[in-house]
Design a protein around this ligand. Structure first.
Ligand code: SF4
Length: 310
């Protein structure tokens, strides 16, 4: 523990009052406990070791391996019909509770396609009750009326990938005819209803018309357009094979974690060669303290420094 403490010198130790959320008292998330703080609705799980945690300030919740598309480069090799993994609704609620208790402020629902999870809306509602800033990374091909209402009500941010201004090229990359039209229509709708939206363009192949795609997005009013290369993870590894650490962008060494539909925890959604625990048989607090996570983050940090990405 002393070793962990030394390695976590920049951990912010939050006062115990931080864990009391009187405004959130309601039957859904209240767990009466003799150790509740005054006015608090939540039992404290703080203990003397808590300060040794490396907090997760951001978490990806990869709630399903299934998707409506079959993109050539998909980092989880997603496609339709893969089910929704081993994590039950209650397990995801527990993950949200633990992340909240550990000071995590921002989560991203991702998949696969998160909106096809049967409890997607309930999970968004629960996360909103816990005051998380929520982002949904979706292919935006199937957003229902209920989802639009939820997104607006809870100021949910949206993110999606986009490949070209040419529908044929876009649909070829997603391996799904008609995906361009659906995604573009919902990009427009997200802007119309005033949601925060960011769009990532991924450089896949020659002649992709990336510049024209970016220009199209900007002409529609998308102000946050990112750009990335194929990462050598999942189906992307067949197109652009690379070392598992080289595939990482350099942002996952500190304060982030990803939980998948099998309960596996990784330092990042792309760091799938580096599992550090499983929430189905370990407590989140134990995973966040475990030597595997600390050692992996140290190894990443050294590699990123060598690449001068941090
Ligand atoms: S939309 Fe995302 S999750 Fe679905 S296949 Fe494409 S890259 Fe994979």
């Amino acid at each position: 523990m002393e070793q962990l403490h030394a390695q976590s010198a920049n951990v912010t130790v939050v006062s115990q009052e931080r864990w009391c959320y009187p405004d959130l008292c309601n039957p859904y998330n209240c767990k009466p406990d003799p150790e509740c703080r005054p006015h608090g609705c939540r039992p404290s799980r703080l203990n003397e070791d808590y300060q040794l945690l490396k907090p997760a300030t951001f978490a990806w919740l990869e709630i399903t391996p299934s998707c409506t598309l079959k993109c050539k480069h998909c980092y989880v090799a997603s496609m339709p019909g893969l089910g929704h993994g081993k994590m039950k609704f209650e397990d995801w609620i527990c993950v949200l509770d633990h992340l909240h208790e550990h000071g995590c402020a921002t989560i991203q629902f991702i998949g696969g396609e998160p909106t096809i999870h049967p409890h997607f809306c309930e999970l968004v509602e629960y996360a909103a009750q816990l005051s998380f800033q929520i982002e949904v990374y979706s292919n935006l091909t199937g957003i229902t009326s209920r989802m639009w209402s939820l997104f607006v009500e809870h100021d949910v941010h949206l993110a999606c990938s986009f490949y070209s201004d040419d529908a044929t090229i876009h649909d070829e990359i997603t391996d799904t005819q008609g995906s361009f039209d659906k995604t573009l229509a919902n990009i427009k709708r997200a802007l119309t209803v005033g949601l925060t939206l960011r769009v990532g363009m991924i450089n896949m192949q020659k002649g992709q018309r990336i510049t024209e795609g970016m220009a199209l997005l900007q002409s529609l009013g998308v102000s946050n357009v990112g750009f990335d290369r194929i990462r050598g993870v999942g189906r992307g590894s067949a197109i652009a094979p690379e070392d598992p650490v080289d595939a990482l962008c350099g942002a996952c060494a500190n304060g982030k974690c990803a939980i998948t539909a099998t309960g596996e925890v990784y330092p990042c959604v792309f760091a799938r060669s580096f599992p550090v625990g499983n929430v189905l048989n370990q407590k989140m607090s134990d995973i966040l303290q475990c030597s595997a996570l600390v050692a992996t983050r140290e190894m990443f940090t050294k590699a990123f420094e060598a690449r001068q990405v941090i």
